[in-house]
Design a protein around this ligand. Structure first.
Ligand code: GLC
Length: 562
């Protein structure tokens, strides 16, 4: 498969094959001992980020927030949460990251504000039908006295999607009640976001990760459809009242015009949970430019599933013109080292992995060693693919999910809203261990905002840094090799790739081979430059990847998938 321009072609294309490291700011590094990660903490760890060899960081929300949803409830889009620092700190961080050759992507949350946002407070104080209410989605209730919500829709994570306010009206919130949905049909809302995009772009931010990008546009003409109707697969694409409507792309076309005011143009990546056939709309160059593909994250540790995910997504990228994105973990899912150590039915299935969490990480039994072994093999496979790679903080340490957080320490609203039937996402958001001991393993000088388990010491940066066989060093070496080897976005399946082996080639004789099976397989020809586990002679053991260079490396043919 031959795809468009090489990453080195122009600075404007820097994102096409970038390695982007996701920082969850409140859990990365705490500079002032209050238990919460902050901007100065990030600044203090820039040498670490630079030595890792990433191209960009994506900062999760760092805005003022009551943390009703981990910061995805934003009080003010143009400020830094005072507990995390100031705009001056932010500017220093950006300048220092840039000085180290690292770009900055920030999370933008346009579907909803927080209920503490000035606009929402104004809306509550205003009367029904007022311009202040029109920035959100207020409706009268059903039943003669309006005491029933306008529809039976559920919020993500549980409970009704409508909450009643004192004068009897209801407002829509597709997420928690602290996250009222904005009305994107309102020009003022649109203009305000354009101002926010310029605000951060002017400060030197290089790109945006767009939260719930498939939300925003809504058609709430009454009568509102019942949830049973919305779940019906026969609903024509683009006609759901609030997800993935066609008009959402008019909004992103306006955003694109703002991105293109800058040199190089600002980039964006959509978090759009949509059918693969609709994803290209978000990734269009007239829109956000790139969209997450979560298919690898949703796949089991299984050669066939990995192969088809790769084939399908590369074909899609070729069709849409954007590069594809690869993700194994993020702040919303059980860490992949853990998923891969669970039985197959729990690996790619988010709900089953959450069932494991509900048992406090006891059932089904987790094979911790196997999970890490597979995670190491998976990262070599993923980093050899064309396109951008998104890493989630801590995966470079091979961190497992913290499965046994005590319920009284949980922060994710999902736990409470689901009535305790879903433990939520805190287990992957536990602050990082930097040192082998200390009150919060070097995260800060005091205890961390979520409790860290004792095994974090052995997984810490300090414990791994000098061990050549550590997962941290595997990531470092893989990223260094990737930088040297990464060329055009071309890819070929090596003939004979079948069964338990996934084997592909990249330009310049770079080859990646992974054995998903239980028995060793012969190593293909080429010089091994990196392996995720010790190799036995000429054999590639189970659950292991190796990168090889063909002697004298030659250009790729245009062979398509197997
Ligand atoms: C996205 C975020 C998630 C958040 C939700 C609501 O899916 O990744 O963490 O809860 O949006 O903003």
């Amino acid at each position: 498969m031959e795809m468009s321009s090489s990453p080195a072609a122009a600075d404007a294309d820097w994102w096409r094959q970038a390695v982007v490291y996701q920082i969850y700011p409140r859990s990365f590094a705490d500079s002032d001992g209050d238990g919460l990660g902050d901007i100065r903490g990030i600044i203090s760890r820039i040498p670490y980020l630079a030595s890792l060899g990433i191209d960009a960081v994506w900062l999760g929300p760092f805005y003022p927030s009551a943390l009703a949803d981990g910061g995805y409830d934003v009080d003010d889009y143009r400020d830094v949460d005072p507990r995390l620092g100031t705009l001056v700190d932010f500017d220093e961080m950006t300048a220092r990251l840039h000085a180290n050759g690292i770009k900055v992507i920030v999370d933008i949350v346009p579907n909803h504000t927080s209920s503490r946002h000035a606009w929402f407070r104004e809306a509550l104080a205003a009367v029904k039908g007022s311009p202040a209410r029109d920035r959100y989605i207020f409706r009268d209730g059903q039943a003669p006295d309006g005491a029933e919500p306008p529809s039976d829709w559920d919020a993500m994570g549980g409970g009704s999607a409508w909450t009643r306010v004192p004068d009897g009206q209801w407002y829509l919130h597709l997420f928690t009640e602290e996250q009222p949905d904005l009305n994107w049909a309102n020009r003022e809302v649109r203009d305000d976001f354009l101002a926010t995009l310029r605000f951060w772009s002017d400060r030197g931010v290089d790109g945006f990760r767009v939260d719930v990008a498939h939300g925003l546009a809504k058609n709430l003409v009454e009568p509102l459809a019942a949830k049973a109707r919305l779940a019906d697969k026969s609903l024509p694409p683009g006609t759901h009242p609030f997800w993935d409507r066609d008009e959402v792309h008019d909004i992103y076309a306006e955003w694109r015009r703002v991105f293109n005011e800058y040199e190089p143009p600002r980039t964006a990546v959509a978090e759009a949970w949509v059918d693969r056939s609709r994803r290209h709309r978000y990734a269009s160059p007239e829109g956000l430019g790139q969209a997450f593909n979560f298919d690898l994250l949703d796949a089991n540790w299984n050669a066939g599933q990995f192969r088809s995910t790769i084939t399908d997504n590369l074909a899609e990228a070729q069709q849409q013109g954007a590069s594809t994105t690869w993700v194994l973990s993020n702040h919303d899912v059980v860490r992949h080292a853990t998923r891969y150590g669970l039985p197959p039915e729990s690996q790619g299935n988010r709900q089953n992995a959450r069932t494991w969490l509900l048992s406090d990480g006891t059932s089904p039994a987790l094979d911790r060693g196997l999970g890490i072994r597979r995670a190491r093999a998976a990262i070599l496979l993923m980093l050899a693919l064309p396109g951008s790679a998104y890493l989630y903080q801590g995966e470079e340490l091979g961190l497992h999910e913290v499965g046994n957080l005590p319920p009284e320490r949980l922060q994710d609203p999902v736990f409470w809203r689901s009535g305790g039937t879903d433990k939520g996402r805190d287990g992957c958001r536990v602050p990082l261990p930097w040192t082998a001991d200390g009150p919060s393993f070097g995260f800060g000088t005091g205890p961390a905002h979520l409790p860290q388990p004792a095994w974090f010491g052995l997984a810490s940066v300090e414990a791994q840094k000098h061990d050549p066989a550590s997962t941290l060093n595997l990531y470092g070496q893989a990223l260094r090799w990737r930088r040297k080897l990464q060329a055009a976005e071309s890819f070929e399946w090596i003939p004979g790739t079948r069964g338990q082996v996934v084997h592909f080639g990249r330009p310049g004789g770079w080859r990646s081979v992974t054995n998903f099976g239980t028995d060793p397989v012969p190593l293909p020809r080429g010089n091994v430059i990196l392996a995720s586990a010790r190799l036995d002679g000429g054999q590639l053991p189970h659950d292991t990847s190796a990168w090889l260079l063909l002697p004298g490396g030659k250009p790729l043919t245009n062979a398509a998938g197997t």
